[in-house]
Design a protein around this ligand. Structure first.
Ligand code: FE2
Length: 372
């Protein structure tokens, strides 16, 4: 049906009717002069209800003024916009409206064509996507929060494990020290000897170019060098005079006993080497295996030297303390026979430089352990 249109608009109307989208022809006065069947279905209104009326009349009253203004403003423009189309008895329909003026020449002058595409399905899909996106985003937030919680928890656990490991290490070190002191205390009044050995060994190892961790390992392992003495009877260990052959053999056995007493765990590898070989001499005249030169493990060579030095420097039940100058002379004399000559040289240089003064000052008195 066509209202107030000339025959020449008939072709336009025919085109609108053939379109697969809603279409409406607006006259020069702004009223609807034709609407195709698809548009009537979209608006749920018969054609008679639409003809001769303004399109904005079908919108809610609060929108009519704005739409009317828009219509006049865009009267001569080609416009495309996403909006809604009012539907009788239903929700507004999401649509894209394209508005285009017809020719300026009569009889189509002042007319406009509006094509209206229903995009409700796309909107539903879009809405579903948005919901899914929001759910995913929410989930992501939750996952992220949980990941952060886990990370925090993991750090806290790591910290606790580190603290616990450090505590265990300290406890192990204390246990080792107590064992060493208990053994040492049988032939010297306190365990200060082993603590001095530990510090001499650390300084000498570092001076020889070993890393801090290697030096530390040799140092704490040195503490245990004489644990095998626990198996040497008191009457031999504390005998002031010379030992018989049998007694000497029993005394020398403390090296093998020490190696056997110490745990087979890798943590004690160096300690076992030191316990067994700390009485081997550079010229092969030592015990228990008569190893020579570099066949003697370096940690054992180090402890051998510092052990003798400390034994000479401090008094024992069977001897008085030597003067330091005499001790240095003795170390030099034994270099190449008892001691690794290179180690003896480095040790002497350290001694000359005063590197051991603080350690030497540690006498066998209570409280000295805390000073090292
Ligand atoms: Fe020993």
């Amino acid at each position: 049906m066509l209202v107030n249109t000339s025959e020449s608009l008939g072709q336009t109307v025919g085109v609108l009717d053939a379109l697969h989208c809603g279409a409406v022809l607006i006259g020069p006065a702004g009223v609807i002069v034709h609407a195709n069947e698809r548009l009537c279905r979209m608006m749920r209104r018969p054609l008679d209800e639409l003809l001769g009326r303004y399109l904005w009349e079908f919108y809610p009253p609060e929108e009519t003024q704005r739409l009317q203004d828009e219509f006049h403003r865009e009267a001569n423009d080609e416009v495309e916009k996403e909006t809604t189309l009012p539907c009788a008895g239903g929700e507004p329909l999401p649509v894209i409206i394209s508005s285009r003026p017809l020719d300026h020449a009569a009889p189509r002058a002042g007319h406009r064509i509006l094509t209206i595409i229903d995009i409700s399905q796309q909107k539903r899909v879009e809405k579903r996507f948005q919901q899914q996106y929001q759910e995913v985003a929410k989930l992501s937030d939750t996952v992220l929060e949980q990941a952060l919680d886990l990370k925090h928890y993991s750090r806290s656990l790591e910290e606790k494990v580190r603290e616990r490991t450090a505590e265990l290490h300290e406890a192990n070190m204390d246990a080792i020290l107590m064992l060493a002191v208990a053994c040492e205390a049988r032939d010297s009044d306190t365990g200060a000897h082993v603590l001095r050995i530990k510090e001499y060994a650390r300084i000498l190892a570092q001076e020889l170019g070993l890393s801090e961790s290697e030096s530390e390992e040799i140092a704490f392992s040195a503490i245990m060098h004489d644990v095998g003495k626990i198996q040497v009877p008191d009457e031999i260990l504390k005998k002031p005079g010379p030992l018989t052959t049998g007694e000497r053999q029993a005394m020398e056995f403390h090296t093998i006993a020490g190696e056997r007493i110490l745990s087979k765990r890798p943590f004690f590898d160096t300690a076992r080497l030191i316990a067994r070989y700390h009485h081997e001499n550079w010229d092969g005249s030592g015990y228990p295996d008569r190893l020579a030169s570099e066949d003697i493990p370096l940690p054992a060579r180090i402890v051998h030297l510092v052990d003798v030095f400390d034994a000479l420097t401090f008094a024992r039940v069977y001897k008085s303390a030597w003067q330091q100058s005499d001790t240095i002379t003795e170390i030099t004399r034994l270099s190449g026979t008892m001691f690794d000559p290179h180690l003896a040289e480095v040790f002497r240089a350290l001694l000359d430089a005063g590197a051991f003064e603080e350690i030497i000052s540690l006498r066998d008195s209570p409280g000295t352990f805390d000073n090292i």
